[in-house]
Design a protein around this ligand. Structure first.
Ligand code: NIG
Ligand code: FE
Length: 412
């Protein structure tokens, strides 16, 4: 494996000397930047870094690539802990329907939305889905993402859910991004089960979870707990079965309404509870005292024109906050984590440092990858971004819409 020395770095961002967990509450604003720095990578891992004045002569030049990063920043690649990046086709027709006045929920009620994606996915082969997903992975990598969680949930039958998860397994093998897989059979009720919802829950528990676990196809289990989707009771049943089968929960809650899903997720030891555009004090109190990570998805709020998760309030209450893209064809047709950082600053009033930590280190922990990724720390995998020349670190979130990433370097 090639070794790399990056020298003359304007700012080495996200240095954590002694990594010991995600950054909770107010500590999210602690972002360490070494100016005029170098970074050494050996066998795909961060082996050494510091100010240029500490850089010794190089004794072994074999297999060494030297990169001059004069005027540029080096930082950990984004860890996007919530996406639906495997899907059949985009849904810009629904986008136009929303402009004309329909809401996202109304489109879903009419059989559009998730069911629309499921119909299209049923017609596609694993090969076709893989090709489309690899293109999207290349795109998000070009915006600086190095690790990503991908959900099923556009299958909604035993066969199609397995197909989606097998595609994600192939992506894990073929892509240079680090990928985690989540089973989201409980994303919507298929039309055939509209009048017999318990039968669909039985199908998930008895026919989907066992083969998924037997084939090692998922790391996590997810449920979309929301009015017109899955109730807190159904969430509880599905998580009970999933956890018993060895899957950790990462769930969709409080996107449009507060139903009690947050407490159920925390009770089952959820790694993260995601969305939280709606949050009351009871739900906040569950998050305050727990290790469950609150994941906000500001690009979804932007695209659907709905409230943003109250991130400042969460940080004031010492919650662990992560930011992710939610990349999917219905509510967030973008996997650009730089834009997520800009929105988090502009709409949620996070500082650029808070937004960056939430989408790197805390995002890594929201995929149980915090020991391996998400900061510049000795021994961690050297998944990094080299930016274009930038005037300051804050420029990344400030210059919304611009791609400041010049190169994303990833190792498996
Ligand atoms: O996280 N809210 C549920 N699931 C996705 C959207 C899925 C879709 O519309 O295709 C989300 O926003
Ligand atoms: Fe989602």
């Amino acid at each position: 494996m090639k070794n790399i020395l990056i020298k003359n770095i304007k700012g080495l961002v996200g240095v954590v000397i002694d990594p010991n967990g995600p950054k909770r509450g107010k500590s999210l604003n602690e972002l360490s930047i070494i100016e005029d720095a170098f970074l050494a990578i050996e066998d795909g891992r961060i082996s050494f870094f510091g100010p240029m004045s500490d850089l010794m002569g190089i004794s072994d030049w074999t297999n060494l690539e030297i990169i001059d990063a004069d005027g540029k920043y080096v930082m950990p690649a984004f860890c996007d802990s919530h996406s639906h990046l495997v899907f059949a086709r985009t849904r810009e027709d629904e986008f136009v329907d929303r402009i004309k006045g329909l809401t996202y929920e109304e489109i879903g009620q009419k059989g559009g939305g998730i069911l629309n994606s499921a119909r299209r996915l049923a017609e596609m082969s694993e090969d076709e889905l893989e090709i489309a997903a690899l293109k999207r992975l290349a795109l998000v990598k070009s915006f600086g993402t190095g690790a990503i969680e991908i959900k099923s949930g556009y299958g909604l039958s035993v066969e199609a859910e397995l197909k989606m998860l097998r595609v994600i397994k192939r992506l894990k093998e073929k892509s240079d991004l680090t990928i985690k897989a989540t089973f989201l059979g409980a994303h919507a009720f298929p039309l055939a089960y509209k009048e017999r919802k318990d039968d669909y829950i039985d199908l998930i528990i008895n026919e989907m979870i066992p083969p998924i676990v037997a084939e090692g196809l998922a790391d996590y289990i997810d449920v979309f707990c929301e009015r017109n989707y899955f109730t807190p009771e159904q969430l509880d049943r599905i998580l009970t079965a999933g956890v018993a089968a060895g899957l950790k929960p990462k769930i969709h809650v409080n996107q449009f309404s507060i139903l009690g899903g947050v407490g159920i997720g925390v009770k089952h030891g959820a790694v993260s509870v995601d969305h939280l555009e709606e949050l009351d004090d009871t739900d906040l109190s569950f998050l305050k005292s727990s290790d469950t990570i609150a994941t906000a998805l500001p690009s979804c709020s932007f695209f659907l024109n709905i409230p943003y998760a109250p991130a400042r309030k969460m940080l004031d209450n010492e919650v662990v906050l992560a930011l992710a893209s939610d990349f999917n064809p219905g509510s967030t047709p973008s996997g650009n984590m730089q834009f997520v950082n800009s929105l988090a600053c502009i709409k949620m009033r996070l500082t650029p440092a808070e937004a960056f930590n939430a989408s790197t280190l805390n995002g890594a922990y929201a995929m149980n990858l915090g020991e391996e990724l998400g900061s510049i720390s000795i021994g961690k995998k050297a998944n990094i971004i080299i930016t274009k020349e930038m005037p300051s670190f804050d420029y990344l979130a400030y210059s919304f819409g611009e791609n400041v990433v010049e190169r994303t370097i990833l190792f498996k």
